[in-house]
Design a protein around this ligand. Structure first.
Ligand code: LCS
Length: 409
């Protein structure tokens, strides 16, 4: 892959991680094996001692998995990737590798709900303290720092509020304090945002989303910026065990070939839908990073090359109106997850962010009326037509309700 290292992201998405092997396959084949045989007892012993080239056992490394790890490390501009069984496995492995009992973590308050629970409950049970802050507010990040802070964990744009945090400024705060910056880059993918360029030390992904792109794999990835960090992370993952199998690795690697095309389409369509929603009479507010009305619009333009696929918005009529809309959509699928080729719609307060609890949601500004759309790659006018008919159903229900109310009084 050396010759492609300087190529554009669109080129890297197609070629990164593809190594021509013995039979010159154009794509990495699936090494569907749990273990690898040794030529001799001496060679087996050498591999276990970390000497020589070869594979031992798929939890510790597999050519198909390694091809994917290489591809994503190249796309992110990092040193090495570590494929994990899910995004949550990647986040858990990364944090537990960097933190120990008695350490403190500063974490974005607007994060995927289970990340909030992982930090606030499970890491806390192991004596890792944390402070959840609005990381778009640099003063709040600085204030949250303690002498024992070892990691700042940022999700940007945040799920589901799409609040944008300044990675370069936060990296500086982290490094001045001797802490590491870990960034969840799931919402942007390396095509739109490369956190290492802004000073991050570790990037994590849910491969389940844009990188795979086809809603048929659950997976995660850790990417370390520095080669020297890799052995510790590899050892941790080998022992925690949450690795990605070869078949899933193959599928994600295949998905990545169209990542750049998909991201471009997601951005164009989501921007058009966000603009449309902003002018719709049933819609109270819209949040999308590429809209001028987004509070961190300028920062978002500096740090990323597009707004992504995800839009959050609130309807006039709050939770009830949102519920009606989700029940009225046809083409859009009522489902959690995001980043796939199909448009998905969901209600974070009762679904993806329910596990955080009401208090944490309030802190993170995740209102009960917030509806989230992940815009797919369908014809954008078909998606808009479906949204419009669902919003008409909301308006009709309101009209019926107010007529019933008038009749009853
Ligand atoms: N990070 C982000 C930003 C996510 O949105 C998710 C999942 C994860 C990590 C965890 O990844 P997983 O373990 O599922 O591969 N987000 C979801 C969501 O918003 N709806 O359903 C899943």
């Amino acid at each position: 892959m050396k010759k492609h290292d300087q190529a554009a992201p669109e080129t890297l998405a197609v070629h990164a991680g593809v190594r021509k092997g013995e039979f010159l396959p154009a794509v990495p084949p699936i090494f569907q094996t749990s273990t690898f045989s040794f030529d001799s007892a001496e060679q087996g012993a050498a591999l276990f001692a970390g000497k020589g080239k070869g594979y031992i056992y798929t939890r510790m490394g597999n050519p198909t998995v390694e091809a994917l790890e290489t591809a994503i490390a190249i796309l992110e501009g990092g040193a090495k990737g570590l494929a994990c069984g899910s995004g949550m496995a990647a986040i858990h492995t990364a944090l537990v590798t960097l933190l120990k009992n008695g350490d403190h973590l500063v974490c974005s308050d607007a994060v995927y709900g289970p990340t909030c629970t992982l930090v606030g409950k499970f890491l806390a049970d192991f004596g890792i303290e944390s402070t959840m802050v609005d990381t778009s507010n640099l003063a709040a990040v600085k204030k949250a720092m303690r002498p024992n802070t070892k990691v700042i964990y940022v999700e940007t744009p945040g799920n589901p509020t799409l609040v944008v945090s300044d990675l370069a400024a936060i990296a500086e705060v982290a490094h001045q304090a001797g802490a590491r910056l870990v960034v969840d880059n799931t919402f942007m993918s390396p095509i739109l945002q490369q956190p290492f360029r802004w000073g991050a030390d570790v990037v994590v992904h849910s491969l389940t989303k844009f990188l795979n792109g086809h809603a048929d794999v659950v997976g995660g990835m850790i990417v370390v910026k520095e080669e020297e960090d890799y052995p510790l992370f590899r050892k941790a993952l080998n022992h925690f065990g949450g690795v990605l199998p070869p078949m899933e690795s193959f599928l994600v690697h295949r998905g990545i070939k169209t990542l750049a095309l998909r991201m471009r389409r997601h951005c164009e369509s989501a921007f058009k839908i966000a603009e449309h929603l902003e002018t719709h009479e049933q819609v109270e507010w819209v949040r999308y990073p590429s809209l001028k009305s987004h509070p961190q619009y300028e920062l978002s333009r500096k740090q990323a090359t597009g707004g992504g696929a995800v839009i959050s918005f609130g309807l006039k009529g709050g939770v009830e109106a949102g519920r009606r809309m989700m029940n009225a959509v046809g083409l859009c699928t009522l489902a959690v997850s995001l980043g796939g080729v199909e448009t998905l719609i969901q209600h974070p307060a009762s679904m993806t962010h329910a596990s955080m609890g009401a208090e944490a949601r309030k802190h993170a500004n995740i209102g009960d009326g917030l509806v989230r759309i992940s815009v797919g790659i369908e014809d954008v006018d078909d998606v808009i037509a479906d949204i419009d008919q669902a919003l008409e159903a909301v308006a009709a229900a309101k009209k019926d309700h107010s007529e019933m109310h008038v009749a009853a009084t």
